[in-house]
Write a protein that binds this ligand. Structure first.
Ligand SMILES: [Zn+2]
Length: 200
């Protein structure tokens, strides 16, 4: 449902493809929505069907999403919609997390085993929890520095088995093949009921 949602001022199409119909207007050759709703272009007309109780995510909100791209120093997140007090919040754009392979306080760790496992805090496909700290036209900025933020579900890079929190701090272990991987792990890892309560 979230994918075809539009907000006031969002471009629906170009005027050549559809002239403005219900709850839409044209400006400079483009057609925009007047309201929050679902946009539809049919037979040369762009209509918007009004949808109530939908809002965009705001700064400060805690969100959950999937890591969809991993560039050198930035990871992109597809943020899941969520419903709170009868209002559905949607992202309509990706989130980004700036990542560093190693943080300063990691230098205090002299345990060889931990050193070996250090790396990026997340991997492609991880489900992560973070907080929205800013946004621009194209993207939300997310922080994962809160103690509660971090990965909440991940799969083994070798066998795709579910990873479980291991006894070693910052380490997940595969139930199936015992492979270990480093992560920034949320205390809510694997507990989707708690996560739901936290978000709702
Ligand atoms: Zn495995």
């Amino acid at each position: 449902m979230a994918d075809d949602l539009v907000f006031p001022g969002d471009r629906i199409t170009i005027e050549e493809e559809g002239s403005p119909g219900r709850l839409a207007y044209a400006e400079d050759g483009n057609v925009y929505s007047l309201v929050v709703g679902k946009a539809k272009v049919e037979q040369g007309t762009a209509d918007v069907e009004y949808v109530k109780d939908v809002e965009r995510f705001r700064r400060g909100m805690t969100v959950v999403g999937e890591i969809t791209d991993d560039l050198h120093a930035v990871m992109f997140v597809k943020i899941n919609p969520l419903t709170r007090n009868g209002v559905t919040y949607v992202a309509l754009k990706s989130g980004k997390i700036l990542v560093s392979e190693r943080r300063d306080h990691d230098r205090h760790s002299f345990r060889e085993r931990e050193e070996r496992l250090r790396g990026k805090p997340f991997r492609l496909g991880d489900i992560v929890m973070g907080r929205i700290v800013g946004e621009d036209k194209d993207i939300y900025s997310m922080s994962v520095h809160d103690p509660e933020s971090g990965v909440v579900y991940a799969e083994c890079e070798l066998c795709s088995g579910a990873l479980k929190v291991s006894d070693i701090a910052g380490t997940l272990k595969c139930e199936r093949c015992e492979h270990e991987e480093y992560r920034k792990i949320s205390p809510y890892y694997g507990d989707f009921k708690k996560i739901e309560m936290k978000l709702g």
